[in-house]
Design a protein around this ligand. Structure first.
Ligand code: SF4
Length: 266
């Protein structure tokens, strides 16, 4: 079975007709859904059986994406075993206590042990685990410079921009459209900070999904026949602390968390 490293690898297999036979709005959205394990490759009606056979394991209940993610996480956990967690605490804006690295994630304590296990008082979504471990292993600990840039303007953001829009900004906009006060509630739930209107947004809110990786959420309400809009901005230093794939994954993980909250909220 093929091990997909990211959704772009799946997207490249598709015919990009956006025919919607798979009930996704675009082929890009379908690729993201397969990578997340929400769809099976064979649900694309345009793929040749040979392509599906080469990339799928229909006898398994688990999707390729889910097992890919598990394998990737196991590898990251092994790598954490080689990291000096005390030094990492100093570098990454965390603290070291009883052999454990403690990082504030969305205002909550997350404890990472020498085997790469994560523990917290709140539910830890799988999509958050990978970026956190990557941050511990590869983060340079660069202090944010205070300059906000959209995802597409990050050095390696262009390639991932389409998926980021589909899997992160678009669903987040839907949540904000449906539950307008949810974003404001995030401030209290996750120790967020309200900012002066950034680029004239109706809501500008900064959260820290990782200590040195702030994210600025901007939401423009619908007005005068114009649709609403949602954009996420990252500090210009972000790629020093988190690679682009982890930044994308972190964004999707946040959306998954917010979706759950929105359901409870509703
Ligand atoms: S069925 Fe296949 S070609 Fe059609 S939108 Fe879905 S992924 Fe794209």
């Amino acid at each position: 079975m093929t091990q997909f490293n990211n959704a772009m690898e799946i997207f490249k297999l598709l015919d990009k007709s956006n025919c919607r036979d798979c009930n996704e709005a675009t082929c890009l959205a379908f690729a993201g859904a397969v990578f997340q394990g929400r769809k099976q490759l064979e649900q694309c009606t345009h793929l040749e059986p040979a392509t599906i056979a080469a990339h799928s394991d229909s006898s398994s209940a688990r999707t390729a994406a889910a097992s890919d993610m598990e394998a990737a996480l196991a590898q990251l956990q092994q790598q954490v075993g080689t990291v000096d967690l005390k030094a990492a605490a100093d570098r990454l804006g965390g603290r070291f206590q009883d052999g454990t690295l403690i990082l504030k994630i969305m205002g909550k304590d997350f404890r990472i042990d020498g085997q790469g296990n994560l523990a917290s008082d709140i539910h830890i979504h799988t999509w958050i685990t990978g970026p956190v471990l990557n941050y511990v292993i590869n983060g340079a600990g660069v202090t944010p410079v205070g300059k906000w840039v959209p995802f597409r303007e990050l050095n390696n953001g262009q390639q991932w921009q389409g998926l980021f829009g589909q899997q992160c900004e678009k669903p987040l906009k839907r949540i904000a459209d449906t539950y307008p006060d949810l974003l404001e509630d995030m401030i209290h739930l996750f120790n967020g900070k309200k900012m002066a209107r950034y680029e004239d947004a109706d809501i500008s809110l900064v959260l820290h999904p990782l200590p040195k990786v702030p994210v600025l959420f901007c939401y423009w309400k619908p007005e005068d026949g114009l649709a609403s809009s949602m954009n996420l901005f990252f500090d210009a230093s972000v790629e020093k602390n988190l690679n682009i794939e982890s930044t994308y994954t972190l964004g999707v993980g946040l959306v998954r968390m917010f979706e759950k909250l929105a359901l409870r909220h509703g």
